[in-house]
Every structure is written in structure tokens, then in C-alpha cells.
Design a protein around this ligand. Structure first.
Ligand code: LIP
Length: 276
């Protein structure tokens, strides 16, 4: 029901703002940092605290809904996506940026129903940018409607790409080679350190495409809808439909740009987020 969807969006915006306050006050104090899989895979107490707060708020309001949260999965919870309404949450996307006070970190919240994102909220509290989308109703940053760029030639495009958090030498070689190919055929490459922020910038027409191998569903669940609602495309890097649990994504302002980037990509293999 559309009134339900409006309520989901309203609650998600409110909880993201609350989470933003916690993140901003944590910026001022010294952080205890733990590493997960590699030196570049960080978690702080704030990630854990914010995730708990977000999940308990949703759980109280919508007791039948399911949850997938980055930190809950790290601490052993299952990462299974069913057709039931499921909130997919990254309490801080861009944790490394948060640790360094580099201003591209955000809270990313997507509500999936029948495995499709219906409501998306990405809030960057450092810049006070609130990105929202509802399926079929456009995407917004604060009160401005978003629209992707209309560039359709890679030669005139700015591409967002990431090194990701794995430091496996074979994966790194492939990534650097791919970036080399792309940088030679475009206006350039930028690495923001947050998948959700990268997708929001593509949605805002501030870059033409973003791709990454090794992301998780919580990095892209919200960005997926924001890009589509701004008129862009979100695909699997093979060119087929995006698969939320496949740990890889490309989004672009249009199919022409996506195809040109895809032709230069090298596959980097990752285990899926879940096997259901
Ligand atoms: C981050 C992603 C980013 C990726 C990083 C990391 P986190 O998410 O959004 O695109 O390159 O390795 O996974 O861990 O900060 O939530």
C-alpha cells in the first residue's frame, strides 16, 4: 500500500537523521578501530552502536519485517534475503572515511520487498545530504529531484571505481589493470571509499558510472533504487540484471556508458553474500 510505503520512508529518514547525530558526535572523539578481513576493512564501536539503534527502531515499528545489517552479519547472523519485507542496512558506509574524517561516509538503508528495493535512504551527515527514493516516484537529495548525466560517450565520462577492502594480490592486479584501461579512455577515475555515496553521485549527474567487485548487499541496496529513480541503469557487470547478493555491480547514467565500461572490466571473483 502506498500509505505504508510513505510510512516506511518517513521512519527511515527519521532514523537516519538520529544515526547521523551519533556519527557526527563520534567524529569528535578518539575511535577504537578494529580490522576485519584486511587492513582496509575497518569497524568501529559507532558502526555497531548505530546499527543496533536502527534495527531496534525498525523492529519496534515494523515487528514482522526482516533485517540484514553489515555488523550483525559480521558477528555471525545469517545474510538471507527472502521475499518478505527486509531492511538492508549499512550503519556507516565508508567506515575508513569516517575514521579519517574524510567527508564521504553515510548511513545506507534500503527496504526490499520481493527482493526489490522499494524505499531507499542514504544520509551523509557530514555534508547534510539526505538522498531518498521511493519506487516510481523519483529520487531526491534534500528537496532537489535528481537526474543522471546525459553523457553517452566514455571519452567524456568521469568514472567512479574502488580498490575495495580485499588486498589479495591477484584481485589487486586485476583492479589496477582495469582502472588503467578505463582511465586511458575517459576523463578520469575517482575513488570515494563509499559505494552508496558513489551511487548517489551518479544519480546526481556528478559522475557517469560506478562499478565495483567485492561490495556487499548493504553497500548497494539503497543506491540501486536511487540511481534507477534518477533515470540511470544498475546492472551486473556481465551486462545482465543486477543480483543483490552477487557482490558486484555497475551503475551508469545510461546503457551506452554502462556497455562501454563493461567492455573494459575484468571479473574479480568473490563468494556470494548468501546462497539461498
Ligand atoms: C565500503 C564500500 C566501498 C568499498 C569498501 C567498503 P564499508 O563499505 O562502500 O565501496 O570499496 O571496501 O566495503 O565497509 O565502509 O561499509
Amino acid at each position: 500500500k502506498s500509505s505504508d510505503i510513505d510510512e516506511y520512508l518517513r521512519v527511515a529518514i527519521d532514523v537516519a537523521k538520529e544515526a547521523g547525530k551519533v556519527i557526527c558526535s563520534a567524529l569528535e572523539v578518539e575511535k577504537r578501530i578494529e580490522t576485519k578481513e584486511s587492513l582496509a576493512d575497518l569497524v568501529t564501536e559507532t558502526d555497531q552502536q548505530v546499527e543496533k539503534m536502527i534495527i531496534s527502531t525498525f523492529h519496534q515499528k515494523f515487528p514482522t519485517h526482516c533485517f540484514i545489517g553489515e555488523e550483525s552479519v559480521s558477528s555471525g547472523e545469517k545474510c538471507t534475503l527472502t521475499n518478505a519485507p527486509t531492511w538492508i542496512i549499512d550503519p556507516i558506509d565508508g567506515t575508513t572515511n569516517f575514521v579519517h574524517r574524510f567527508q564521504f561516509s553515510c548511513i545506507s538503508i534500503g527496504l526490499l520487498i520481493n527482493k526489490r528495493t522499494e524505499v531507499a535512504v542514504v544520509f551523509n551527515p557530514n555534508l547534510d545530504h539526505m538522498y531518498t527514493a521511493k519506487r516510481g516516484h523519483g529520487a531526491y537529495c534534500n528537496n532537489t529531484k535528481l537526474k543522471v548525466s546525459d553523457v553517452n560517450n566514455l571519452q567524456n565520462a568521469l568514472i567512479l571505481a574502488e580498490f575495495g577492502s580485499s588486498r589479495d594480490p591477484e584481485k589487486m592486479t586485476k583492479r589496477v589493470e582495469t582502472m588503467h584501461r578505463i582511465v586511458n579512455k575517459s576523463h578520469g577515475i575517482r575513488s570515494l571509499g563509499s559505494a552508496a555515496m558513489a551511487m548517489c553521485l551518479v544519480a546526481s549527474g556528478r559522475g557517469e558510472a560506478y562499478y565495483e567487485y567485492g561490495i556487499h548487499c548493504w553497500d548497494v541496496a539503497a543506491g540501486d533504487l536511487i540511481v534507477r529513480e534518477a533515470g540511470g541503469v544498475v546492472l551486473d557487470p556481465s551486462g545482465s540484471d543486477m543480483d543483490m547478493m552477487a557482490r558486484r555491480v555497475i551503475c551508469a547514467c545510461n546503457k551506452d556508458i554502462a556497455d562501454q565500461v563493461i567492455s573494459l572490466l575484468q571479473t574479480v571473483e568473490f563468494e556470494r553474500d548468501s546462497e539461498e
